[in-house]
Design a binder for this molecule. Structure first.
Ligand code: SAM
Ligand code: SF4
Ligand code: SF4
Length: 341
């Protein structure tokens, strides 16, 4: 089957599957509130439903699948879903993004189930700062979780850090050094004005250029790693050969190559992180639509895709958070923790 292309010639290739909207942290840039309107339990897709919908995407050319959330490890028995997905030969890359809190207890089972790679979010090496950032005191568990990843036999591990001015932008080099010890490649994510980031301001964003400048002052000349990929991170190499990435979604978006879409835990399909509406796949699926009907729905949706959310945001002059708290309360699908980051 020829690749399915959108209106800008971008291929449908990369699917992020959110398995729950719940989380055991309250990161200020994602879930600043304590209480949320959760997705109705009966709407949450069962593992069999996720696997069946994934099959439809695989037949249309998707070959990279990432499990996310909310916190994916809060979903009971996640290794069972991993096992179901790992058995699908069309998936070339099966990864998971986690906050790491529950990772130490689950890493061996995830590896045994066939998960290929793990990305752990880590914004700070300082426990007190972690408590301020996440409203929880589980920093030690996150570090144990990260240590458990290579022990379980995983390679290609990544650590993702959202960089915020005056919050953790003094830790760029310490995080790279920590990454070396794991070993894991660190990726610095520019703070985005999306979903629950209701306290976002442009002043708090540390852009790619500034991150590189600061790191060059510390390490000397930094070379870009030349590669052809649609991965969101631009990769760089330090003089000692250590590589790291920068995901410059805010100051230099990569929408032109974006092959990513997102399936929420209740089966809505979003074609852009910034999209305000998704395509309902749960309704047709539970209503008895077969693979051909679902294929037509997905193909039609992708072919009509015009999204370039981060580029549109960049073109705005006076940039404010995308959605205010009232809008998020009315539609939890606008939350980053619902659509999976
Ligand atoms: N709970 C898991 C975790 O934190 O790794 C997976 C879901 S989380 C929504 C996925 C990613 O989105 C995390 O790396 C998180 O740091 C990132 N994220 C959430 N809100 C963000 C924001 N406002 N700007 C940049 N990245 C954000
Ligand atoms: Fe933090 Fe991830 Fe939870 Fe959002 S979903 S609050 S980024 S741990
Ligand atoms: Fe892709 Fe939308 Fe992000 Fe641009 S803003 S890279 S189109 S998900």
């Amino acid at each position: 089957m020829p690749p399915v292309l959108d209106t800008r010639g971008r291929t449908l290739r990369n699917l992020r599957v959110s398995v729950t909207d719940r989380c055991n942290l309250r990161c200020g840039y994602c879930m600043p509130e304590e209480e949320y309107v959760w997705l109705p339990r009966e709407d949450i897709l069962h593992f069999g439903e996720i696997a069946a919908l994934t099959d439809v995407f695989l037949e249309l050319g998707v070959d990279k699948v990432r499990l996310t959330g909310g916190e994916p490890l809060l979903r009971r028995d996640l290794p069972r879903l991993v096992r179901m997905l790992a058995a699908k030969p069309r998936i070339r890359d099966l990864a998971m993004t986690t906050n790491g809190v529950l990772l130490a207890e689950h890493a061996p089972a995830l590896k045994a189930a066939g998960l290929h790679r793990v990305t752990v979010s880590l914004d700070t090496l300082d426990p007190q700062r972690f408590a301020r950032l996440t409203n929880r005191t589980t920093h030690a568990q996150v570090l144990e979780g990260i240590a458990s990843v290579p022990r379980a036999g995983f390679t290609g591990t990544k650590l993702d850090t959202v960089v915020m001015r005056g919050v953790n932008d003094d830790e760029l080099a310490s995080l790279i050094e920590f990454g070396k010890s794991v070993p894991a490649e660190v990726r610095f994510i520019e703070y985005m004005d999306v979903g629950g980031a209701t306290r976002w301001s442009m002043e708090q964003v540390v852009g790619r250029a500034e991150m590189l400048e600061r790191l060059e002052r510390r390490y000397g000349r930094i070379e870009p790693v030349v590669e052809t990929s649609t991965a969101p991170a631009d990769r760089f190499r330090l003089p000692d050969g250590t590589t790291f990435g920068i995901i410059s979604s805010t100051t230099a978006p990569f929408c032109a190559d974006c092959d990513r879409s997102r399936l929420t835990a209740d089966g809505l399909w979003y074609l852009c992180l910034y999209a305000t509406r998704g395509i309902d796949l749960r309704g047709p699926f539970r209503g008895g639509a077969g693979p051909e009907e679902l294929k037509a729905l997905i193909t039609g949706g992708w072919r009509a895709r015009t999204d370039r959310g981060a580029e549109d945001r960049l073109a705005l002059g006076n940039r404010q958070p995308l959605v205010q708290i009232g809008g998020l309360k009315r539609d939890p699908h606008l939350e980053m923790h619902t659509r999976g980051g």
